[in-house]
Ligand binder design. Structure first.
Ligand code: SAH
Ligand code: SF4
Length: 400
């Protein structure tokens, strides 16, 4: 059983005001520069930037009028010039296992005539943590054959503000801001931690390393100690293997890395994860070996989807262990989550157990990922939206 909430759209919907830029997604120096750009003096703009930062990311405020330590005329000036845009919630679904999935809608404030785009974001509560699965793109340029998102063409990259907007909106819905209230089914929120969202995984729609700069900016803001303050050890970026950006991810964002491996030889990986033709296994694993800061306490997660009769033999398991030798690694076996129209099937549980056993015996603990939210289509690889890519002609007509 799953529940679809009937939301009160008068509070959930915050349509973007045409033309005014959103402050969400700006770094602190960008905020100060933007304030200086509307005539606020240099020194004051730095102070105001810090105050705004605190209101936006610590307190989750969406209305300039609530910024009590900012003088009224300045609040008015800010409201005239900027918006604090968050996505509109199109739907919120709750799975029988407590997983939540939102369909969020974004408009482009700079081009209000463009049709809005939609992405899915998922919250997975567990006993000791609450994980938010965030999207980086609308659709995906890649076409991994077992992935539902891969059947949707890339519509566009999400901006830093839109990536953060998913986190802010989820926090609000889960009562994570000061003064917020937990949802009625608040028992699903992990015990022991005061926050519902403790972890973030860039594992929603899209390939984060094909939107590197925006993902970097969003994650640096999300992990800033004086803001949203998510620990970098609790943020994981998953990539299908965009090799040139793996090193920069470690050096510049410094978050945990997950690799969608899924096959142990190039012939099969070329089919399952076609980016492999560009960056084959040897290059990918070399980039992993060189990932900055690797240690036994800081390992790379290798994701491996279990596809019946395709990549799930004992020989595959042994080859997997051999390939990863020498890399501080965790292995995550993901039972394939089916979607309408796929030709793949999930390996039987006895096969997954046998595969896991071989991997376990090689020293990798508890590797099978329990599918979450399958009933609301929220599990790995099931996310997709109806947003469609516009032709250049239509886009030009709408943006003038
Ligand atoms: N684009 C990035 C992150 C998003 S996908 C990437 O590919 O890494 C998150 C994980 O789910 C990836 O490992 C992806 O390969 C896997 N996945 C995709 N479709 C799946 C499906 N139908 N069942 C199980 N896992 C799937
Ligand atoms: Fe894109 Fe990742 Fe899906 Fe591949 S698995 S199509 S990279 S979202």
């Amino acid at each position: 059983m799953s529940i679809v909430l009937d939301l009160d759209h008068s509070t959930a919907v915050r349509p973007a005001a045409p033309g005014r830029p959103s402050l969400i997604g700006m770094s602190k120096p960008q905020l100060a520069q933007t304030l200086a750009g509307i005539g606020i003096a240099d020194k004051e703009s730095r102070m105001r930037a810090s105050q705004l930062w605190n209101w936006l990311y610590v307190n989750g405020v969406t209305d300039f009028d609530r910024m009590s330590n900012i003088a009224k005329p300045v609040r008015q000036l800010l409201a005239d010039e900027f918006i604090l845009d968050r996505p509109e919630i199109v739907s919120e679904q709750i799975s029988s296992d407590g997983t939540r999935k939102w369909l969020f809608r974004f408009r482009d404030p700079a081009n209000p005539r463009l049709p809005p785009v939609e992405v899915e974001t998922v919250y997975i509560p567990e006993a000791d943590r609450g994980t938010l699965c965030v999207s980086s793109q609308v659709g995906c340029t890649l076409t991994c054959t077992f992935c539902h998102t891969g059947t949707q063409k890339l519509v566009r990259n999400l901006t830093p503000g839109e990536i953060l907007g998913q986190m802010l909106m989820a926090r609000e819905r889960l009562g994570d801001f000061p003064g917020g209230s937990r949802p009625a089914d608040g028992g699903l929120v992990p015990g022991g931690d005061s926050r519902a969202i403790t972890n973030v995984v860039m594992m929603g729609m899209g390939e984060p390393l094909y939107n590197y700069e925006n993902v970097k900016q969003a994650l640096l803001i999300a992990s800033a100690g004086d803001g949203m303050s998510l620990s970098k050890r609790r943020i994981t970026l998953s990539t299908s293997g965009v090799v040139p950006f793996i090193g920069p991810t470690g050096r510049e964002i410094d978050v945990m890395l997950a690799i969608s491996l899924h096959a142990v030889n190039d012939d099969l990986r070329d089919v399952l994860v076609p980016i492999n033709k560009k960056y084959p296994l040897a290059e990918l694993l070399e980039a992993c070996r060189n990932y900055p800061g690797l240690s036994n306490a800081r390992r790379i997660t290798f994701e491996y989807v279990m596809l019946d009769g395709i990549n799930d033999s004992d020989a595959d398991a042994r080859e997997l262990v051999r390939l990863l030798a020498g890399i501080p690694a965790k292995i995550n076996l993901i039972p394939f989550n089916p979607w309408p129209g796929t030709n793949y099937g999930c390996s039987p549980s006895s096969r997954i157990e046998r595969f896991a056993d071989i991997v376990n015996k090689a020293g990798y603990a508890s590797p099978v990922r329990t599918p979450r939210g399958r009933d609301i289509f929220a599990a790995c690889g099931q996310l997709k939206s109806e947003s469609e890519r516009l032709s250049k002609k239509d886009r030009d007509a709408l943006t003038g």
